[in-house]
Design a protein around this ligand. Structure first.
Ligand SMILES: O=C(O)c1ccccc1NCC(=O)[C@H](O)[C@H](O)COP(=O)(O)O
Length: 202
């Protein structure tokens, strides 16, 4: 099955519409203050309301408290929350009572987190590189043996390598940012379209 496709790091209405028209299933909006792709709730809300009913809007959080996560997700009209970093199961569980969750894990957490959330449709795992938004791919061959069905893949994905990653792991979804940009926070339209086309043809 063709994986779902998320383009992350949306910082403008223009780029949101560009990615939606290119064929992205989901757009990521980063609210983690350390990011070079930080977006304001106001812009994220305008962008969210510009992409129609079929595109998911994913609020991305790292190192933020529960109140802040829920407040920003609500203010910016997100439909999904993506959680990075070390978090208690109770934290994830509480967010999952309000939003579907993409729970980002490192390779060494995959087994434990996979077992923890198995069978819970509210929480989907996404494996990412240690440095989110860093454009560095994981060792996909090594992941094959421990890859749970239904897991998403991120980390250094782009038009030039996405078909290999999909072929090896058959992820339920794929996510990318660095390799689809002209500069941090600004999309490269050709790279976005090439990425979407490669995923849809995989
Ligand atoms: O991209 C960021 O700047 C970022 C910062 C802090 C937390 C998460 C961040 N990005 C999350 C994503 O979903 C990225 O798409 C994912 O890490 C893959 O990035 P890349 O390897 O650059 O494709």
């Amino acid at each position: 099955m063709t994986p779902r496709l998320k383009v992350c790091g949306t910082t403008s209405v223009q780029d949101a519409v560009l990615c939606a028209e290119a064929g992205a299933d989901a757009l990521g909006f980063i609210f983690a203050p350390i990011s070079k792709r930080l977006v304001t709730p106001h812009v994220a809300r305008e962008a969210s309301l510009s992409v129609g009913v079929t595109v998911a809007r994913v609020g991305v959080f790292l190192g933020q408290g529960l109140d802040e996560v829920l407040r920003l997700a609500e203010a910016s009209r997100m439909s999904v929350v993506q959680l990075h970093g070390p978090l208690s199961p109770e934290f994830v569980e509480t967010v999952a009572q309000f939003y579907p969750v993409l729970r980002v894990v490192k390779v060494n957490e995959l087994q434990t987190e996979g077992e923890r959330w198995a069978g819970d449709p509210r929480v989907t795992l996404m494996v990412d590189a240690p440095n989110p938004g860093g454009g560095v791919p994981l060792e996909w061959e090594a992941l094959k043996a421990v890859w749970p069905a239904g897991t998403w893949l991120a980390g250094g994905l782009g038009p030039e390598n996405i078909r290999e990653a999909i072929h090896l792991l058959r992820p339920a979804g794929v996510d990318a940012v660095s390799r689809l940009e002209r500069e941090p926070g600004v999309k490269n339209p050709q790279a976005v379209q090439a990425f979407v086309d490669a995923v849809k043809r995989s």
